[in-house]
Design a protein around this ligand. Structure first.
Ligand code: ADP
Ligand code: MG
Length: 617
């Protein structure tokens, strides 16, 4: 069972780590005394390449060791597996054209990759990367590590998120929360300390480009829009340079190196190194010594920039679309955050600055910033003064009272937080000016069996016939479990809100008891709810009929029609107090039929609406 808070008591020794599980590279970080810190491996390296290889003695290895094996054992090595996480065979056709994934078997939802003689699912491969990160963390911290926050792209769907959690579990990590990568980057820059603002996160990594626009409101980030290109990144720059170098070699060595896979991999490394240096120096040399031969080519930044300009340009169109989806202009962006190794390139920085008309944040290492933010989130989860840990789900459902004393749930139990939901309700009485919003918690169907959290009035709404007003009720639970409820009259924009802490004064035992009770009483509750709903509907149709009987159309009806209506009213009234909602619904239907002609003959459309629209929500 999931609970809201867990008390660790005094003896907490293990640390919660933050992990950036990237397409190209992965990192692990932890909250230190002075802030988040990237954890290094035993050789002082921070970046763990997201590459996995099956050794000759059938062990899965990840990171640097797998990167070496990519040169010599490409048939037992796999990279970019994040592209396959949580995806079905339909989804990955594009990837298969571009990446040498060796699909061993697949069904609609399960894909398996072949490494040597064995097969693995994408979460199993990712788990090998996570295990490496976990090992590095345990060695550096000297404590066991069993809990983590892992980042995922903002656009990841449920299946992709679930696959990431599965990978964590397989690696022996409990994933306490998945955090969106752009949110993590913003946290690393402490942007959550601003009260409000709009943040654009430009993430140009190895193989993917993502742009996200977030709205920060009272410390919570909301993703307004995302865009990008899943096949655009540093790899494209590498391929461009590689092609040029291969042509050079062809003419210098009189040899087609592209046929030699180890030779190509070595040359690729040489061009990547040159590319990365060009972010800091105006000129460098691509160098390869291979099988007794030597290749050297000097390359200036100026030429480099001319070559890659079209690639950089391709990132700008998704940025413009993203702005337009978020209905924002560049001037409305308050902060721009740079993420991904490829944003080290000065040309990229300049292009982003020009587009957003703001100097982007580049103070932190762009390939570390997501992991640092994950560690900040881990620190928030682990470390507050009360020694409490907030879990990422709501333990009980949250909703509001609707007619007849029943609860309409907006956020269901076990929803991951932050969570939000909006539903539209309407008024029950003609000309109603105030709406009472009663916020409830619990699993039961009736108000009397749930916990009352708050009540407030939305006042001075536009007086309209019953059923015509549109009251939008929005529930938002932030990462700390604080619930904000806002009710808004859609016509006037008038709104009113309240903030509560649903976990306040609630013990784990009580939560458990409430859930147990809801199971035991489920049937009884459902019957009672249906009965009450039927009575509300009966009230509505009786009121609407009474109103119609006062109209000019009524005396104009044939006497037998009026008799039929009156007897249908009596029938309905006689079963109103009964306990069978089926009988009640039958009589409602009968009255509905009896008044149909009356409704049709009435010119007043509002009254017709009232007769027909007997349901209130
Ligand atoms: P991902 O999020 O896709 O896993 P990263 O954010 O770590 O990847 O970005 C990796 C990419 O960044 C690689 O293409 C790498 O070559 C590139 N990169 C790293 N450092 C630099 C640099 N100094 N200049 C240019 N590109 C760089
Ligand atoms: Mg990344």
């Amino acid at each position: 069972m999931s609970t809201f808070q867990i008390d660790f008591g005094e003896s907490r020794t293990s640390k919660i780590v933050g992990i950036d599980l990237g397409t190209t590279n992965s990192l692990v970080a932890v909250m230190g005394l002075t802030g988040p810190e990237i954890i290094e491996d035993s050789e002082g390296r921070k970046i763990v390449p997201s590459i996995v290889s099956l050794t000759d003695d059938n062990r899965l290895v990840a990171g640097e060791q797998a990167r070496e094996l990519l040169l010599t054992r490409p048939d037992r090595t796999v990279y970019s597996v994040k592209r396959l996480m949580g995806r079905g065979v339909q989804d990955i056709q594009e990837e298969l054209k571009l990446f040498p994934f060796r699909i061993a078997e697949h069904s609609e939802s399960v894909i398996k990759l072949r490494l040597g003689e064995r097969t693995f699912t994408p979460p199993e491969i990712s788990a090998a990367v996570l295990r490496q990160l976990k090992d590095n963390a345990e060695a550096a911290l000297g404590t066991p590590v069993s809990e983590a926050v892992i980042t995922v792209p903002a656009y990841f769907n449920d299946a992709q998120r679930q696959a990431t959690k599965d990978a964590g579990r397989l690696a022996g990590l409990e994933v306490l929360r998945l955090v969106n990568e752009p949110t993590a980057a913003s946290l690393a820059y402490g942007l959550d300390k601003r009260k409000d603002g709009i943040v654009a996160v430009y993430d140009f990594g190895g193989g993917t480009f993502d742009i996200s626009i977030l709205r920060l409101h009272e410390g919570i980030f909301e993703v307004l829009a995302t865009n990008g290109d899943t096949h655009l990144g540093g790899d494209d720059i590498d391929n461009l340079l590689l092609r040029i170098a291969l042509e050079d070699i062809q003419s210098e060595w009189r040899e087609d190196l592209s046929l030699d896979s180890e030779g190509v991999q070595r040359l690729r490394r040489a061009v990547v190194q040159a590319k990365e240096q060009l972010s800091f120096v105006p000129e460098t040399t691509i160098e390869l010594s291979y099988k007794g031969k030597r290749y050297q080519r000097v390359i200036q930044r100026e030429l480099f920039e001319r070559l890659i300009a079209p690639i950089v340009e391709r990132t700008l169109e998704p940025c413009r679309s993203c702005l337009s989806d978020a209905k924002l202009t560049p001037e409305q962006i308050d902060e721009v955050v740079m993420v991904g190794g490829s944003t080290r390139i000065p040309l990229v920085r300049a292009a982003v600055e020009r587009l957003f008309k703001a100097k982007p944040h580049t103070e932190l290492n762009p390939d570390e910033v997501v992991a640092l933010g994950a560690a900040v989130q881990a620190g928030i989860l682990a470390g507050d003064v009360e020694n409490k840990l907030l879990l990422d789900v709501t333990p009980l459902s949250l909703g509001i009272e609707t007619m007849g004393g029943v609860v309409s749930k907006l956020i269901h139990r076990n929803s991951t937080i932050p969570a939000s939901a909006t539903e539209t309700f309407t008024t029950a009485v003609d000309g109603q000016r105030n709406v009472l919003i009663h916020v409830l918690q619990g699993e039961r169907e009736l108000v009397k069996d749930c916990r009352s959290l708050a009540r407030f009035d939305l006042k001075d709404i536009d007086p309209l016939p019953a059923g015509m007003a549109r009251i939008e009720v929005r529930f938002l639970i932030d990462a700390n479990g604080i619930l904000n409820v806002t009710a808004r009259d859609a016509r006037t924009g008038k709104e009113q809100s309240v903030e509560v802490k649903p976990s306040y004064g609630l013990t784990e035992d009580q939560v458990e008891a409430m859930i147990r009770e809801s199971f035991e009483k489920a049937e009884e509750d459902m019957r009672e709810r249906q009965l009450r709903e039927a009575r509300v509907e009966a009230d509505n149709i009786l009121a609407a009929t009474a109103k119609a009987q006062k109209s000019d159309a009524y005396p104009a009806l044939a006497p037998e029609e009026r008799n039929a209506i009156e007897s249908a009213i009596r029938d309905l009234e006689s079963v109103y107090r009964g306990n069978d909602h089926h009988v009640l619904n039958e009589k409602i239907e009968a009255l509905n039929r009896a008044t149909q002609h009356l409704a049709e003959s009435m010119m007043n459309t509002a009254v017709r609406g009232a007769l027909k629209g007997t349901k209130i929500d």
